[in-house]
Write a protein that binds this ligand. Structure first.
Ligand SMILES: [Zn+2]
Length: 237
C-alpha cells in the first residue's frame, strides 16, 4: 500500500450522490435500502469510478494489494454497517474483485475506543503501520492497525508476495539502467524507464526510496544500485 491523494468530488458527483442518499434515508436508512439504491445508481457509480481511477496507483491498480486491476468500488466503511455512507465520496476506494469480495468484504474492525483498525491509504500513511520485507515480499505490522490490515486485506497472499519479490528484483536491475541513461544524456530514454518503473512497481519503489536515505544503503544494496537510487530519489518529483 502507498499513500493516495483524494481529489475533491465534482459538482455532478456530489449532486448524484446526495440525491441517492436522500432516497436511502427515505427508505429507512437500512442496509437493504442502501444496497437497492447502489444497484440502481449507474450514473453515480460511473462518476465515482472515473474519479477513483485518476487517484489509483500505477495503471489503475487495486488500492489495497496494488497488484490487480482496480475493478470494484469498495466501501471502506461497508454499506451493510453504514448505509448512510454508501454514497459518501470519502468512503469509496478502488479495489480488485478479489480484495473486495474474497478478503475485506464487510469487515470493519475497531479497537476498544471504536477507532478503525484498517489502514485507509487515502487517509493514513501506510508506512506508519506496515513494513515491507524485501527478503520475502511479506508485509509486517508496525502497529495493531497494520497487523489487522494484513489479515483483513490478505496482504500476504502468496501470489502478492511473489509479485513483490519479482518487482524488487526488476527494480534492482532497472534502476542502474535508468541511471546509465541519465549519465549518457539520454533523457527521453530515462523518462520512459522511470515512467514504467513508477507505473509497475509503486510499493516496492517506495521502500527502496526509503532505503536510499539509510547510511548503510551501499552495504545493503551494492554500490551501483545505491548510486542509482540516490540519483533516482534526487530526481523524483
Ligand atoms: Zn486487490
Amino acid at each position: 500500500m502507498i499513500p493516495l491523494f483524494r481529489p475533491a468530488p465534482t459538482a455532478r458527483l456530489t449532486r448524484l450522490c446526495e440525491s441517492r442518499t436522500l432516497k436511502v434515508k427515505a427508505a429507512g436508512a437500512t442496509s437493504e435500502a442502501a444496497t437497492e439504491q447502489w444497484r440502481k445508481a449507474e450514473a453515480a457509480k460511473d462518476a465515482i469510478r472515473s474519479l477513483l481511477q485518476g487517484m489509483a496507483p500505477g495503471r489503475q491498480r487495486c488500492m489495497y494489494c496494488l497488484d490487480n486491476l482496480g475493478t470494484d468500488i469498495d466501501h471502506f466503511k461497508p454499506k451493510a454497517l453504514f448505509p448512510l455512507l454508501t454514497f459518501e465520496w470519502e468512503n469509496h476506494l478502488l479495489a480488485c474483485s478479489h480484495c473486495n469480495s474474497n478478503e475485506k468484504r464487510d469487515a470493519y474492525p475497531v479497537d476498544a475506543d471504536q477507532r478503525c483498525l484498517l489502514v485507509n491509504p487515502a487517509v493514513d500513511d501506510p508506512a506508519d503501520h506496515l513494513r515491507l520485507d524485501l527478503s520475502n515480499g511479506e508485509y509486517e505490522g508496525r502497529t495493531p492497525k497494520g497487523w489487522t490490515s494484513i489479515k483483513v486485506f490478505g496482504l500476504n497472499r502468496p501470489d502478492l508476495c511473489e509479485g513483490r519479490l519479482d518487482a524488487y528484483y526488476l527494480c534492482c536491475d532497472e534502476l542502474p539502467v535508468w541511471y546509465s541513461k541519465i549519465l549518457a544524456g539520454d533523457n527521453a530514454g530515462a523518462e520512459r524507464t522511470a515512467r514504467a518503473l513508477r507505473r509497475e512497481f509503486t510499493d516496492v519503489l517506495a521502500v527502496l526510496e526509503q532505503l536510499a536515505h539509510s547510511p548503510t544503503a551501499a552495504l545493503a544494496l551494492g554500490r551501483d544500485l545505491a548510486d542509482a537510487l540516490e540519483a533516482w530519489v534526487a530526481a523524483s518529483p
